[in-house]
Every structure is written in structure tokens, then in C-alpha cells.
Design a protein around this ligand. Structure first.
Ligand SMILES: [Zn+2]
Length: 145
């Protein structure tokens, strides 16, 4: 950080010196070239401050947006696997979210004992959601009288 400030100050000084030297070569007036040096220095500081503020603000917004998107993705991931788990010690129902491939231990809200979550696999028949049955076209029967 300090090094970048020193490099910036050196750059500003060099640019201001070139401006002052050019102005001295043009006017042959030392006072005016010192004035040019100070003016170019101030101009660079002002432009640098405005640019730096703009870039910092833009980066801050981008970081905040990326962080929000990361948190939303994390919440989406957790939301799907929240469940009510009864404590193995006191049977108190605890609402917990866990990710299956990570450590799935939790502390009971009531008795403060440490529980571990065990995943069991089971099978079920595939059923058709009610919405898809209702949205299918209705069959009609023509009855001749
Ligand atoms: Zn408990």
C-alpha cells in the first residue's frame, strides 16, 4: 500500500516536472513554471481522487453483488434439505439444515447434547403430480342416442 502511494507520488512529480520544464522552456519564467508545477500537481491529485473514488465504489458494489449471489445460492442449497430432527437424547424436535456431503452434527436446542444425523435410503413408487393430471386434455365420449 505504502509502496503504491510512493510510486503514485513519484509519477505525479515526474509529470508535474515535465509540465513545469515545458512551461519554463516556453516562457523562460521560473515563477510561472513553479505555478505550472503546482497546478499540474493539483490537477493530477484531483483527477486521481475522483477516479479512485469511482473505481472503489464500483468495485465495492460488484463485491457486494457477488456476495449476495453467493449467499442466495447457499440459501437455495440449504433450503432444500431443512428438516425436523428429533433429539436422540430428549426427543425434542429441532429444525435443522444440513448438507449431506458435509459433517451433519447438531446440538439439541433443549438439552444441548450433540447429535449426529444418519441418512437412510428407502425406495418409493414414482407417482404423477396432481398438477400434470389436471392440465392434461379431458377425454370426451360421444354417445349416440
Ligand atoms: Zn435434546
Amino acid at each position: 500500500m505504502k509502496r503504491s502511494i510512493l510510486i503514485s507520488l513519484a509519477y505525479i512529480t515526474i509529470v508535474s516536472s515535465i509540465g513545469a520544464w515545458g512551461w519554463y522552456a516556453y516562457t523562460a519564467d521560473l515563477t510561472k513554471s513553479i505555478g505550472m508545477f503546482l497546478m499540474v500537481t493539483c490537477l493530477q491529485l484531483i483527477v486521481g481522487y475522483i477516479t479512485n473514488t469511482y473505481i472503489t465504489e464500483k468495485m465495492r458494489k460488484e463485491i457486494a453483488l457477488a456476495e449476495n449471489q453467493r449467499l442466495l445460492a447457499e440459501l437455495d442449497k440449504i433450503e432444500g434439505i431443512s428438516t425436523i430432527l428429533n433429539c436422540a437424547y430428549c426427543s425434542e424436535p429441532n429444525v435443522k439444515s444440513f448438507i449431506p456431503d458435509e459433517d451433519a452434527d447438531f446440538i439439541c436446542d433443549k438439552c444441548n447434547n450433540k447429535n449426529t444425523v444418519v441418512v437412510q435410503f428407502s425406495v418409493a413408487r414414482i407417482t404423477t403430480p396432481v398438477n400434470s393430471i389436471l392440465s392434461e386434455p379431458q377425454q370426451t365420449h360421444n354417445i349416440k342416442l
